[in-house]
Design a binder for this molecule. Structure first.
Ligand code: NDP
Ligand SMILES: Nc1nc2c(ncn2[C@@H]2O[C@H](COP(=O)(O)O)[C@@H](O)[C@H]2O)c(=O)[nH]1
Length: 326
């Protein structure tokens, strides 16, 4: 593949401003038949989201994807969200038990509005079979399938019924797939997104590798409809990860879904654990993300998110952080 680059290698080029205040810029996005405040979704990981965070996000108009690591709680989670008049958005895997879970949901007429098939290597018959099964039993659920890193995978999953695909194999902050296996989109995630989005006929979610708020705008530029983020959401008061204190400073744990901590065993480990600085409330970060995205829209010369899609860009290989600290 030619022209390989990642987030830090790209700068977007400003176009003439058409608003008199950044507050005029609209960051909302239509996704899966719903309108959300931001094109951003916290990662479906155990140290990023739990029922409380999901409820908070849904009540306040943000998209969310609940993780799948307490499988037995999912049916009640859907019931509870629906009882509150909120959307239910859950994750599933591809193992045998998941098939009976899907059947049970259909029998109980518990239809989640969104379902994410969440496995490491999404370009597989395992995902295609699960997709087709969900589409047969729960045809009204919007199904996100992943993760993938190639246009072929995007096309194949879309053809199998995916309503959206999730792109990103190995760019995550707690990911060790790239070093353990030699594979993935780590180091060129933005170029992989561009490549995949070009092939897509349905929405694409950029997943992993977001280190700054500007990376969200860059993801939109290169074709993402939604951006999944882990590490930037890990350090909040509400984050489910454990809080630890060292030298008077507070930190929160953040671990990979394929880490030993998640799996409870050292088998096919492709994730690690780290601690991130405590950074206050989730709402404060969402508000700052919104303001930064409004600013990005104004630099793009528009009033809506879509304006970012059309801006020019330059490749400034690995140089934009020279002298900067994030
Ligand atoms: N986005 C990313 O870069 C990555 C994300 N993850 C996250 O980690 C979690 C666990 O992922 P995962 O291990 O897939 O889920 P599971 O442990 O639920 O495994 C899903 C199924 O797929 C099989 N499987 C997993 N990886 C492969 C592979 N490379 N080739 C063939 N079969 C495979 C597993 O079998 P078996 O275990 O016997 O092989 C199992 O049957 C997920 O939440 C996932 O999103 C993990 C790695 C990379
Ligand atoms: N290779 C692995 N990737 C993982 C693991 N757990 C989660 N993930 C992926 O990372 C993103 C979040 O990335 P970030 O850069 O925003 O922190 C998440 O959505 C998953 O796709 C893992 O154990 N191994």
């Amino acid at each position: 593949m030619e022209n390989v680059f990642d987030y830090e290698d790209i700068q977007l080029i400003p176009a003439k401003c058409i608003v008199s205040s950044r507050s005029e810029c609209d960051t909302t996005v239509n996704f899966g038949g719903y309108t959300f405040n931001l094109p951003i979704v916290p990662a479906n990981m155990q140290t990023i989201i739990d029922e409380k965070v999901a409820l908070n996000l849904a009540e306040n108009g943000y998209f969310y994807v609940m993780h799948r690591f307490n499988p037995e709680t999912r049916a009640n989670f859907i019931r509870d969200m629906h009882a509150r008049g909120l959307i239910a958005s859950i994750s599933v895997g591809v193992k045998e038990d998941e098939y009976s879970f899907i059947r049970q949901l259909a029998e109980a007429e518990l239809i989640p509005e969104f379902m994410t098939i969440d496995i490491a290597h999404g370009h597989s018959d395992a995902v295609i079979n699960m997709l087709q099964y969900i589409k047969h039993y729960l045809p009204d659920s919007f199904v996100i399938a992943g993760n993938v890193g190639t246009p072929e995978a995007v096309r194949e999953l879309e053809n199998a019924g995916a309503d959206a695909t999730k792109v990103g194999i190995g760019p995550g902050k707690v990911c060790i797939t790239k070093t353990k296996t030699g594979f993935g989109t780590g180091g060129w995630q933005l170029a992989a997104l561009k490549w995949c989005a070009k092939a897509a006929s349905k929405p694409v979610i950029a997943d992993g590798g977001i280190r700054t708020h500007g990376d969200i705008a860059k993801s939109i530029r290169f074709g993402a409809s939604m951006v999944m983020i882990g590490s930037l959401f890990a350090g909040h008061e509400e984050s489910p990860g454990e809080t630890v204190e060292q030298d008077g400073k507070r930190y929160k744990e953040y671990f990979g879904s394929a880490s030993e901590f998640q799996k409870g065993e050292k088998k096919n480990v492709e994730g690690k654990k780290m601690y991130v600085e405590h950074k206050g409330s989730l709402q404060a970060t969402l508000t700052e993300m919104k303001q930064d995205l409004q600013s990005a829209i104004s630099y793009a010369g528009g009033k809506e998110l879509q304006a970012i899609r059309h801006v020019d860009y330059v490749v400034v290989k690995n140089s934009i952080f020279t002298g900067d600290t994030i």
